[in-house]
Each structure stands twice: as structure tokens, then as C-alpha cells.
Design a protein. Structure first.
Length: 350
């Protein structure tokens, strides 16, 4: 049930903490709370718990409606000022210019776990006709050993960002555990286990610094993954006019517990999202095909047999003797299926 504006305005005047924020920002906070409660009552039968109260340092984003408490003041290319209600002018670095003809609707001010501040602009663009793309056609097979295998013979290695950072992550975990025990000796039993009545957990400056270093390390891994997929999707949409993919979902890919961590590390959901957005903007056609038997079918003669792929990386047709990399063979089958029975749709990454 929506909260009346008169009631919301009265509550804002009652609490001095809310008066440092514009009315529209407070309204957005109330809508977030209302959305969390509606989701709880809708999914309570599934065992979803009651929404927890957010701690002050965990709440790290505020939404400002443009013109209501926030204003963007460009200075020169790459530099601007952000005028925020009850804060003043803040210098900001603009990583790219705003598109011509756009209208700023909202600005989201976010504080990262490393203490850095970001302003994200939500803009409205006029409807534009996508350009005509004259590139080649390609089929793509997703995997773990090779993240992407293209039907033209290109293989993209898996950087394995999470696994490469695992050793340093363990060092931070041990260090934080030692400092937490040193700061809270009364919260532990003689055998080293945590007491049931342990409520207050003190943090020293060293522990807070270690947590900051750990958060910086995790953010670096996330940025590596984001930059990698940004670069790959940019090259794909600039080179090819038609991209064929298997119609897979993340739920299907993580069913195997042995490969679930590698699938999450690969961030295929990020890849699909970026690829779809850039393809729509550049006039690239995306076609999703059924994934059944693409890894067992011979791209040369079309013979389907599980014996064709005895190992993860090697493909050898028992009918015609065609020998190839298994991922490349699957990518060529994906492209062939897309050209035979094209079914264009939106990828579901849930």
C-alpha cells in the first residue's frame, strides 16, 4: 500500500535526521522499505526471512531526483561539480561525456566499501534507429577451460580471477580472525568456539584497516572481471553482425556442484547482459539456439554420438573421422543451428 505524501511529509518534519535529505530522496527510501516488506509477504511461504534492519555503514546509496536536491554543473571536459542538498558543491571526475539529446532523470550517489564515492546518472534518450551492421557471422560456445570458443577458430582463455586471488583472500581471513579474537577475548570459550551470549564485537583500528584492505582486494577482482567482459563484448559487437549462442541459464549451469564456483567466477550473466545491451545499440542480431547435442554433433557430417567427445577438449567423429577442438566444433554447430532455424529471443540469466 502506497504511503500518502501528507503522512510522509509529516514524518520527515518530525525527525531531524530526515530533514538533511530532500523529500523525493526520503520517498525513495520509504519505497525501498515497502518493496522489501511486500517481497517478504509474497515469498514468506518459501522460507524467506523478515527483512533485517540495515546498519548505518551498510546503507551506501541515495537516489536524488534531478532538480530536487541535486544538480550537475559541467566545468570542462572530464571535470564537473555536483551540487547536493545540504552538502554543497562536490568536485567530480566524469569518465565519459553525456550523450547529446539526453535528459537527466535521477542521480544515484553511492559509497563503495573502499570509501570511494560515485555518482551514477540515469538518463532518458530519444528513440534512435540502430545502425546497419555489415560484419561477419559467428557462433559462440561457452565453457570453463576456454571461456569462449568462436566458430572462426578463436579461443579465449579463462583468467580464473577468483581462484587466482584465493591465496591472498585466505591470508586476509586468518589475519582478521586473529585480530577479532584479540579484540574480543571474552566472547570465546576455552576451546576456541564462540560463546552463545556474544553480542558486542569490538573492532580495533588495525582490524578496520585489514577489513578495508580485504574489501579493496575483492573490489579489484570484481573490476578485473568487469573490464575483461567489457573489452570482449565490445570487440564482438564491433566485429560481427550476427552472434549465435546457446540458450543457457545460470541455474542450469550451476547444477553441477563441481563446476559451480567456476561458473560464478566466469560471470556469464555479466557477459550476456553486456552483450545484449551493446548488440541492441550497434544493430547486431543475437540468436539463441537449443543447446541439446551441440557438443556431440559433428560439424562436418552432422553425425550425433556421445562417443564423438570422449574427453573434455578433444572431438573425433566416429563416423567420418573429423578431428577438432571440442569447443570449436560446438561453436560451429551453434552457428549452423542459428542459420537453419533462427529463433531470436531475450536471454534469461536467472
Amino acid at each position: 500500500m502506497a504511503i500518502p505524501f501528507k503522512v510522509l511529509g509529516g514524518e520527515r518534519r518530525k525527525y531531524t535526521e530526515l530533514q538533511v535529505l530532500p523529500f523525493d530522496t526520503v520517498s525513495d527510501l520509504v519505497r525501498r522499505h515497502d518493496k522489501a516488506l511486500k517481497s517478504f509477504f509474497k515469498r514468506s511461504a518459501e522460507g524467506v526471512g523478515y527483512p533485517k534492519e540495515r546498519k548505518r555503514h551498510d546503507f551506501c546509496s541515495l537516489v536524488y531526483r534531478y532538480g530536487s536536491g541535486v544538480k550537475w554543473l559541467p566545468c570542462r571536459p572530464g571535470l564537473a561539480r555536483l551540487r547536493v542538498f545540504k552538502v554543497g558543491d562536490i568536485r567530480m571526475r566524469q569518465h565519459r561525456p553525456l550523450p547529446c539529446g539526453c535528459e537527466i532523470k535521477q542521480i544515484v550517489v553511492t559509497k563503495s566499501r573502499q570509501g570511494k564515492w560515485y555518482a551514477s546518472f540515469q538518463i532518458e534518450m530519444p528513440d534512435l534507429e540502430p545502425p546497419i551492421h555489415y560484419g561477419e557471422r559467428v557462433g559462440i560456445d561457452l565453457g570453463i577451460h576456454y571461456l569462449l570458443a568462436l566458430s572462426d577458430g578463436t579461443l579465449i582463455e579463462n583468467p580464473r580471477w577468483y581462484r587466482e586471488a584465493q591465496q591472498k583472500r585466505r591470508v586476509f581471513a586468518r589475519k582478521m580472525d586473529r585480530q577479532r579474537r584479540a579484540n574480543n577475548p571474552d566472547n570465546y570459550n576455552p576451546d576456541g568456539t564462540v560463546k552463545d551470549n556474544a553480542i558486542i564485537w569490538r573492532k580495533s583500528k588495525r582490524l578496520r584497516e585489514t577489513e578495508r584492505q580485504h574489501a579493496t582486494h575483492e573490489a579489484h577482482v570484481a573490476e578485473q572481471r568487469k573490464y575483461f567482459w567489457n573489452d570482449i563484448t565490445d570487440k564482438l559487437t564491433k566485429t560481427y553482425s550476427l552472434i549465435a549462442l546457446e540458450n543457457l541459464t545460470l541455474d542450469f549451469m550451476i547444477k553441477n556442484r563441481r563446476s559451480a564456483m567456476s561458473v560464478h567466477d566466469a560471470a556469464f550473466g555479466m557477459f550476456w547482459q553486456m552483450l545484449e545491451e551493446k548488440a541492441q545499440r550497434r544493430g547486431v542480431k543475437l540468436i539463441y539456439v537449443p543447446p541439446a547435442y551441440t557438443s556431440q554433433k559433428c560439424a562436418a557430417c552432422g553425425y550425433v554420438d556421445a562417443e564423438n567427445r570422449k574427453t573434455q577438449s578433444d572431438f573425433k567423429c566416429v563416423e567420418c573421422g573429423h578431428h577438432d577442438n571440442a569447443d570449436l566444433n560446438a561453436a560451429r554447430n551453434v552457428l549452423q543451428l542459428a542459420l537453419e532455424t533462427p529463433v531470436q529471443g531475450v536471454q534469461d540469466v536467472t
